[in-house]
Design a protein around this ligand. Sequence first.
Ligand code: OAD
Ligand code: ZN
Length: 279
Amino acid sequence: TLDSIADMIKAGFVKKIIVMAGAGISTSAGIPDFRSPGTGLYANLREYKLPYPEAIFTIDYFRKNPKPFYVLAKELYPGQFVPTLSHFFVSMLAKKGLLLRHYTQNIDCLERAAGVDSDLIVEAHGSFHESHCISDQCRKEYAQDWVKEQILNDKIPRCGVCKSLVKPDITFFGEGLPSRFFELLEEDFDACDLLIVMGTSLQVQPFASLTSKVRDSVPRLLINRERVGEAKIRSLGFDFDGRFGRKALHRDALVLGDCDEACLRFSDSLGWTDELVKL
Ligand code: OAD
Ligand code: ZN
């Protein structure tokens, strides 16, 4: 349970926490997630006339029709949103020296805005910080300010050298994840002694498979509105109901519901709420 995990932290048994996060930690900031029926981004892209919703983030489609992505990028451009209580909870873990790393699939930069040091963050699906020409022969880097100005003024940024598109380094379907993700993950997940997964449907690989990379004895806590990432075969995914033996039953905890509410309860159990509220 949340309380027994809080007890382990208070007793000093847990010192190297990895958080894995997705769009659900930012919905209360007013940024839609992707897959929630009705409210998710993929259910609201009709005006873009895409062949399928994920096309907006698919590299081959983008090469042919970049406009929908840039229209959406303008709408979601970082800087207009305020971090949520969940982001500040992660920031508290960092302040207490308990955060080994925060792996996020989000591109909203709200963990940085909540004060988490960039060394402690892995932006697994990239970010708006850097942009490159998408031509494999060119790959010229462009400054964030210039690309931002183009996007906010409804222009499609093009490379001055080769006229190809210039795209923020957000990982699209069909592209590899940033090298930092692969450089850190083995060592981090070997060292981790508590895994907290929040606000993600765990539908996208390779990110989703990280839940199985922690050691067998490491407790895992899922905080989400729906059950996700459950094992179909032993040792690949969560086992909240102990379907694969008692040992498994004791390591996976499920808190179904809103992540801000759960983080507040967690922080109450830890005695951190006054500090969290100040943040
Ligand atoms: P999804 O939209 O797939 O999943 C969000 C999850 O968070 C769902 O399970 C929701 O039920 C849950 N949720 C939403 N709001 C919540 C809240 N306030 N409290 C608790 N749970 C909440 O988003 P991701 O898993 O982040 O990739 O999506 C993964 C990747 O798919 C994204 O990074 C993006 C997308 O395509 C790329 O574009 C490469
Ligand atoms: Zn170029």
